[in-house]
Design a protein around this ligand. Sequence first.
Ligand code: E4P
Length: 219
Amino acid sequence: MKFFIDTANLAQIKEAQDLGILDGVTTNPSLMAKEGISGDASVIAHYKTICDIVDDNVSAEVIATDFEGMVKEGEALAALNPKIVVKVPMIKEGIKAIKYFSGKGIRTNCTLIFSAGQALLAAKAGATYVSPFLGRLDDISTDGLQLIEDIRLIFDNYGYPTQILAASIRGPLHIVACAKLGADVITAPLAAITALLKHPLTDSGLATFLADHAKAAGK
Ligand code: E4P
């Protein structure tokens, strides 16, 4: 399973990269705004910096919502660095744009997926990734993990190569559940990823080992 970090915060991206487990980064306009990145030039510069930190898979979102605008923005984003994946919203014009980008060999991430039908359409158009937002579904008392399971079944039924990028992850249990369901990728905040490290028995076990080692060495 690939691990992406869901942030535009450079320190957190570096920390995840240093851990040696990072396969990519997802950002969105809200995450950019949270870091105080505004204006086209700053956003572009930020994407370039992120590309310098990680090995591949930097999702860069188009702002346009019409086909021509998405194509223009997406081609410009893709030209920044081969690591860029153009992030396109799940709307009618977005599906047309994904089909266009797919024909040009430009990788895409279809974002804001909330139903299996939307994921099917994006896969049919040739999306590289689909991003079902499971946390936001959970927030409205709908089973986000069920959506991951449904999309997995549909993609496997037809052999669609589109990868399931489980997004809007809220914590470590979401990550483990997505792994059990066969999501290809998760994108999560750093805290959810590092929470996977933690277990109280690991901490107490290590403390005992170190204490016994010191005692045996007469320290
Ligand atoms: C995915 O690419 C989105 O950036 C993200 O996962 C949204 O998650 P949120 O519900 O935490 O905003």
